[in-house]
Design a binder for this molecule. Structure first.
Ligand SMILES: [Cu+2]
Length: 126
């Protein structure tokens, strides 16, 4: 009866909120439903020798796609798991994508083995 109603003015505001929530790791199940354009929100870009974002939350069963965008730097990268779960892209990609669907709740760490100092990341599956 006194339920709070939150009105979000624009898609831009929704996107900003999603980014803010993701940055602080607070994105909940409701957010996943709100972002029908989910493909972009579950993409990690490999650019300027870094993962963008380095930390991402997704719901169980949703795919995460890494996208290589450092061809202009003539630099190769890979996505290699560093925890118990095993996943690995081809080792020396410069373009294209790699997708993993996480089917279990957990925290999955990964790195680029070519640039482990600056390229480390984490997928939180909830
Ligand atoms: Cu790299």
């Amino acid at each position: 009866m006194h339920a709070h109603r939150i009105h979000i003015a624009s898609p831009a505001a929704i996107a900003a909120a999603a980014v803010a929530l993701a940055a602080f790791g607070l994105a909940g199940p409701a957010l996943a439903g709100a972002s029908s354009a989910s493909a972009s929100s579950h993409t990690i870009t490999l650019k300027n020798i870094a993962f963008h974002p380095a930390k991402l939350r997704v719901a169980v069963g949703q795919p995460v796609t890494w996208r290589w965008e450092d061809a202009s730097l003539d630099t190769q990268h890979n996505v290699t798991s560093t925890g118990a779960a095993r996943f690995k892209s081809s080792p020396t990609k410069m373009t294209g994508t790699y997708t993993v669907r996480f089917t279990h709740v957990g925290i999955y760490h990964f790195e680029c083995t070519i640039h482990p100092q600056s390229m480390q990341g984490e997928i939180i599956v909830h």
